[in-house]
Design a protein around this ligand. Structure first.
Ligand SMILES: [Fe+2]
Length: 168
């Protein structure tokens, strides 16, 4: 089987199944973007993938930040985490706008940057909160319920798609 551009590995697990699932979806969307660029797919598809990437990333970051706030995560660590999120959203939004407005193509350099950023962020920054939450014995149950209803709401807004983040 052909090797994927961005292969999920269990070392990236933060031990919270819903967060892992969301991270896997981000990995899937980046893989989809890679295929679109490698195969020079249409602008419409590429724009749709970029839109989905921005949308899904914002949703995921929002839910993750809510988890950290609910859990009473260390404020300085929270602020640092949130600023990493903001920088990433800024980067993908800029990429999407450049593509859309200036007609600049998405380079492999950008896709590689996104891949490495996400990998590092999960392995270092996300694992840090996962360890802290685990050590404090915090139960993610309420957050999990909240997150699945937030995802269901997103789904209800996009009835035309089988799964709101899925780009074929
Ligand atoms: Fe994060």
């Amino acid at each position: 089987m052909e090797k994927k551009f961005f292969e999920w590995s269990d070392t990236m697990s933060v031990g919270i199944p819903e967060i892992d699932e969301q991270h896997k979806t981000l990995v899937d969307i980046l893989n989809r973007l890679f295929v679109a660029v490698a195969q020079r797919e249409s602008n419409e598809i590429t724009i749709e993938i970029l839109d989905t990437l921005v949308d899904y990333t914002k949703t995921h970051f929002g839910l993750e930040e809510k988890l950290l706030q609910d859990a009473g995560y260390n404020p300085a660590e929270f602020a640092a985490h949130q600023s990493e999120h903001r920088a990433f959203v800024e980067k993908i939004s800029t990429t999407a706008n450049k593509y859309l407005i200036e007609g600049k193509s998405v380079s492999f350099e950008i896709i590689n940057f996104l891949k490495h950023w996400l990998q590092e962020h999960i392995l270092v920054t996300d694992k840090k909160y996962a360890t802290a939450l685990q050590a404090s014995g915090y139960s993610t149950k309420n957050w999990t319920d909240f997150a699945s209803s937030a995802m269901a709401t997103k789904q209800a807004e996009t009835p035309k798609r089988k799964q709101w983040w899925k780009v074929w």
